[in-house]
Design a protein. Structure first.
Length: 402
């Protein structure tokens, strides 16, 4: 498990689509630790929770394999590599500003992520969209999100209601302990809040204390992944707290898109810049990391034991199956958004309707790097780590030569 989830954590570039595809490849196809239905039900369950669905899916998979200890191992290994990289990049950014050579290497990583996402989407299409109804739900979910800008919660809610309206049949659901769930909730609430309350008592009104409160609130309302909560994050960090400027917020998002781990790690960048001085910045970033991800373990450890009993009921199982289908449309929407912003320098994003790229602003270097990654990873079937490393090296070489 240490090797497997360590690999997933180190190579989880490209956002949720690529991360979910990587987990499917490692856990279902290669090692056969989870079966197809169990993986997809877990994916549907995690998508309904607040917080980063890919990190919670890793935690759920670890829990299925080895209980609480396995869930902690899997969840921490998914988050910590990217968190360490993000803190290092935030420190460099705060000291030196934008680093052109680092950005050039990251352009190669982002271009390679397009190939990772494409492969993951193709596998997800084969596994989750069996039948006309799931395919229709996925297509409608994509169109609703990308074209009509329908809220994420409304799309998943519609899929859930459609599934609940399906046929029913008698079923015997396995029992789960309500007392055990209560103990889990109390334990993880204490783990989550005890250090934050101590910090608030010691240093009320400080930047770390304010960060603990804000990011704990954000963790409870962040349905729909990082993109769905960026507006609230930017508004508080930029306009209310003044921790960073709008341009710095955009740079932080760019760094989060090119480092391993969930995109919500942009919160760590935000916390570091909010702390400003090295010691305070490190403390604020650590508090931010804690407040963002400790709740994820609560949601999984309290809710996962009930998933089997819920999916033993035909209506609820059908509902989760259609939620998984809708997730395919959600991931397609995020993937297309990511691809447009990687390949084009100018994108009009008015907030209503789909983002529209200026075709004259196509970045030829990004396009060439993406074409190489597609050929290397999907055409020649070479390794993921090798593809990422070569793409980063080519991006750096292009910057030095051109």
């Amino acid at each position: 498990m240490l090797r497997c989830f360590g690999k997933i954590g180190l190579l989880s570039f490209g956002g949720p689509a690529a991360q979910i595809g990587l987990m499917h490849s490692e856990l279902v196809e290669r090692r056969q630790w989870l079966d197809e239905d169990g993986f997809l039900r877990g994916l549907g369950f995690c998508t309904l929770l607040p917080g980063p669905e890919a990190m919670q899916l890793a935690t759920y998979a670890g829990w299925r394999l080895r209980g609480t200890a396995g869930g902690l191992l899997a969840g921490l290994l998914f988050v910590l590599p990217g968190a360490v990289v993000m803190m290092a990049l935030a420190a460099l950014y705060l000291s030196f500003g934008r680093l052109p050579l680092v950005e050039a290497a990251f352009l190669g990583v982002k271009a390679a992520a397009l190939a990772i996402v494409a492969g993951a989407l193709w596998k997800l299409r084969e596994k989750a969209l069996k039948g006309r109804l799931p395919l229709t739900v996925a297509t409608l979910a994509f169109l609703a999100l990308y074209v009509l800008d329908v809220p994420f919660w409304a799309v998943l809610g519609a899929a859930l209601l459609l599934g609940l309206a399906g046929p029913t049949a008698p079923a015997v659901a396995p029992r789960t302990s309500v007392t055990g769930t209560g103990r889990t909730v109390v334990t993880w609430l204490a783990i989550w809040w005890a250090p934050l309350l101590l910090l608030i008592a010691i240093a009320p009104g400080s930047v770390p204390a304010e960060a603990g409160l804000f990011f704990s609130w954000l963790a409870m309302v962040s349905f729909g992944g990082a993109y769905a909560v960026l507006a609230a994050l930017a508004q508080n960090a930029v306009e209310v707290q003044g921790w960073l400027t709008p341009d710095q917020m955009i740079d932080g998002l760019g760094l989060a898109e090119t480092t391993p781990g969930p995109l919500i790690l942009v919160t760590v960048f935000t916390g570091w810049l909010g702390g400003a001085q090295v010691g305070l910045a490190l403390l604020t970033a650590l508090v931010t990391l804690w407040a963002t991800f400790a709740p994820c373990f609560l949601w999984i450890f309290a809710g996962a034991p009930h998933l089997e009993s819920l999916t033993a009921m035909p209506r609820l199982r059908g509902a989760l199956d259609l939620v998984s289908a809708a997730v395919a449309g959600v991931i397609a929407n995020l993937s297309l958004w990511f691809a447009i912003h990687v390949l084009f320098r100018e994108v009009s994003d008015a907030g209503i309707g789909p983002p529209i790229p200026a075709w004259s602003s196509l970045d030829p270097i990004a396009a060439a790097l993406a074409a190489f990654a597609f050929l290397w990873l999907l055409g020649l079937k070479r390794g993921l780590l090798e593809t990422l490393a070569l793409s980063a090296a080519l991006g750096l070489a292009a910057a030095l030569v051109l």
